[in-house]
Design a protein around this ligand. Structure first.
Ligand SMILES: [Zn+2]
Length: 454
């Protein structure tokens, strides 16, 4: 596989991402974003100064040369299954890799997150920055996660989301440590559990419970360099269980059916119209139930996901979904008028807070300056539902960035990734982390030290 990857990448290297040309582009690109506030000269200068340091130039060059081995690592990570709530094997491997990269102060916390500390020279006076990627995938146990190449695309569930982020983070750490560059602030390297699906951000929630002194947070999630997520799409998720008497399809005919009630509910929910702005969405993502084709079903369960960029709209729309469910149950019971009735049990299994940080927040400005410095620029500022939801809701500066490369089919079995300029994202997160944490004797941290949270 190695040769194939290498040939493919050579053909596709079109960016001039070597350090020598970096600083020339930086001010130009960072400020050339229509509709975005200008990046402050202080932050641009900090990034420019860091970019000119000899050990940083060497690190950026070494990163650029590491595209093949980095992608091989991404494949290895991906081929260790990490279904929701079953991230342990991948976590252990990741812990081993970050220890090998020199983070001796690293462990798996009680929730299952991999957490490794790289101390700064500020002896706790500098800011504490988290850079993270998520260990889990959306795919259930038993999903084939082996990577297969076809026409330059590497297919495997999870390969972009978020094996790419994990490989990017690890590669950054390796080169940061090799460079010997000392930061003023502490950097916590984290592989989180529970980002996807019913994990409900359990990893990042635990991280912020255990560490009251985090001053900034970056998640590397998915693929598409130049995307900055500064707004958190909130979501509420529910498991809705319909229960009934059940019975023989012929001899017990006349009893209400849990599956029929569920079907009515799905149809009613499907007809709801959410506001386009602020964007609000919904889907019934899973259905299961019944025991036999010739039985009136006694149970059926659906999983519902409702999302919005506004907390208010989220709550309003959830209310409509609940009404639809109760109407569906009443309709099914009225249809048969039997003594035995359908009941419904609604359990909330997901609660991701909504919120946003302003587009002129220092962490956003620094991210834009770093993106400009690697020649990528800021392609979009957007809302999404990621690990950053939690810190954003706590008022901690947080953004979600993406890895470089090309990808498609995220959250589907047809997910693919192509390692085109795959090291640009590593260069980007290196420069950004250095700027936010400050380089000892060279720049002040861009990130402010905050009072610890209660
Ligand atoms: Zn993801």
């Amino acid at each position: 596989m190695r040769e194939k990857i290498y040939n493919y990448m050579i053909l596709n290297i079109i960016f001039k991402s070597f350090a020598g040309t970096l600083c020339l582009f930086a001010p130009l690109l960072a400020n050339a974003q229509p509709g975005l506030p200008p990046v402050s000269p202080d932050i641009e200068q900090a990034v420019a100064r860091i970019t000119k340091l000899t050990p940083v130039i060497k690190a950026l060059d070494a990163i650029k040369a590491s595209g093949v081995s980095m992608f091989e690592e991404q494949v290895r990570i991906n081929e260790i299954p990490a279904p929701p709530f079953k991230e342990q094997a991948r976590a252990e491997y990741y812990l081993k890799k970050i220890r090998e990269a020199g983070l001796t102060d690293a462990t798996i916390d009680k929730e299952g997150n991999v957490v490794g500390m790289r101390r700064g020279t500020g002896a706790g006076k500098g800011p504490k920055l988290v850079v993270s990627a998520h260990l889990d995938t959306v795919f259930p146990e038993g999903t084939d996660v082996k990577v297969r190449e076809k026409d330059g695309r590497y297919y495997a569930p999870g390969i972009g989301d978020d094996a790419a982020g994990l490989a990017t983070l690890l590669t950054m750490l390796q080169h940061l440590n090799q460079s010997g560059v000392r930061t003023v602030g502490d950097i916590l390297f984290v592989g989180t559990v529970g980002e996807e699906e019913l994990g409900d951000l359990r990893g990042v929630k635990a991280l912020f419970r255990d560490h009251k002194d985090i001053d900034g947070f970056i998640s590397l999630d998915g693929v598409g360099l130049g995307r900055i997520v500064n707004a958190a799409t909130g979501s509420h998720r529910f498991l809705v269980s319909f229960k009934g008497p059940g019975g023989h399809s012929f001899s017990a005919f006349g009893l209400p059916s849990a599956i029929h009630a569920m079907g009515r509910a799905v149809a009613k929910i499907g007809d709801l119209v959410p506001p386009a702005n602020p964007k609000t969405t919904f889907t019934v993502g899973t259905v299961r139930g019944g025991t036999s084709v010739n039985a009136i079903s006694g149970d059926a369960t659906i999983g519902i996901d409702v999302r919005s960029n506004s907390h208010e709209e989220l709550v309003k729309f959830v209310e409509k979904v609940m009404t639809a469910i109760h109407e569906a149950v009443a309709d099914e019971n009225n249809r048969w008028k039997a003594r035995a009735q359908i009941t419904v049990d609604i359990k909330q299994v997901g609660d991701r807070p909504a919120g946003s940080i302003p587009p002129d927040a220092k962490i956003v400005q620094a991210a834009r300056a770093a993106l400009a410095a690697v020649g990528a620029g800021t392609r979009s500022m957007q809302a999404s539902s990621t690990d950053s939801n939690l810190p954003i809701s706590l008022g901690v500066p947080a953004i979600t960035l993406s890895s470089s490369g090309q990808a498609g089919g995220s959250h589907s079995l047809g997910e693919w990734y192509a390692p085109v300029n795959n090291t640009l994202g590593v260069q980007n997160i290196l420069l950004l982390s250095l700027a936010l944490s400050g380089v000892d004797g060279v720049t002040e941290p861009v990130l402010d030290k905050r009072p610890p949270r209660p």
